[in-house]
Design a protein around this ligand. Sequence first.
Ligand code: HEM
Ligand code: HEM
Length: 182
Amino acid sequence: MPTSAALAAPTRYDRVARALHWSIAALILAAFALGLTVDAFPKTWKYAVTELHKVIGVTILLLVLLRVAWRLGHPVGAAAELSGGMRRAAAAGHAGLYLLMLAVPAIGIAFSLLRGQGLDFGFAAIPPLMEAAARTVSRPVKEVHELAAYALIALAGLHALAALWHHLVLRDSVLRRMLPEH
Ligand code: HEM
Ligand code: HEM
């Protein structure tokens, strides 16, 4: 039985939710691409590329926290055409995406701290908060950061395919809910 709040919830995402969704998606792709290719850059670039990766990653974490707070304050009803099973599948997928969007940058920060690194914005810098830990400690954290990033990209890929399938095959309102109104 839906609650009165759920009945009153709008059936599309507002401007703030849409702006956060698309900017976070673009930043995740950028952070992933930089993380994977950091070793392909000339040695003299490696520091700058790693710091850019970290600054983008920290920005993602802050935007996701803002997004969760916004989402909790602005409920959105499920698309009207969806069956109960589809609603549950979408809710589980979205919960997994939120979890990984928080976990990947948080583990990245843990790895960076364990490596004894600070954060260099170019115009300002946060100094290292601790001495570098032994590689036997930091290495597994790097592996988990990488694996969790792959899981995030794989789930986001499935999610994007599902959105396109709704739009192009089922021809329902799901993708339009996340697009500008006109
Ligand atoms: C959603 C955000 C993020 C994504 C998708 C992401 C993804 C990745 C990927 C795919 C790698 C390559 C891993 C490997 O080759 O072993 C990587 C490396 C790394 N990440 Fe992230 N990351 C994110 C956020 C962060 C944050 C917030 C930090 C720290 C502040 C961070 C710090 C690092 C470091 C230090 C490396 C190693 C780079 C090197 O080889 O020198 N990451 N990341
Ligand atoms: C890294 C990439 C992405 C991530 C992490 C991501 C994450 C999310 C999350 C967590 C939600 C749930 C929003 C909420 O209810 O609070 C969502 C909704 C949505 N996303 Fe994405 N997304 C990504 C990329 C995409 C792409 C590429 C598309 C389109 C091709 C897309 C289409 C949608 C649509 C249509 C919704 C609304 C679904 C519904 O109302 O049931 N997303 N996304």
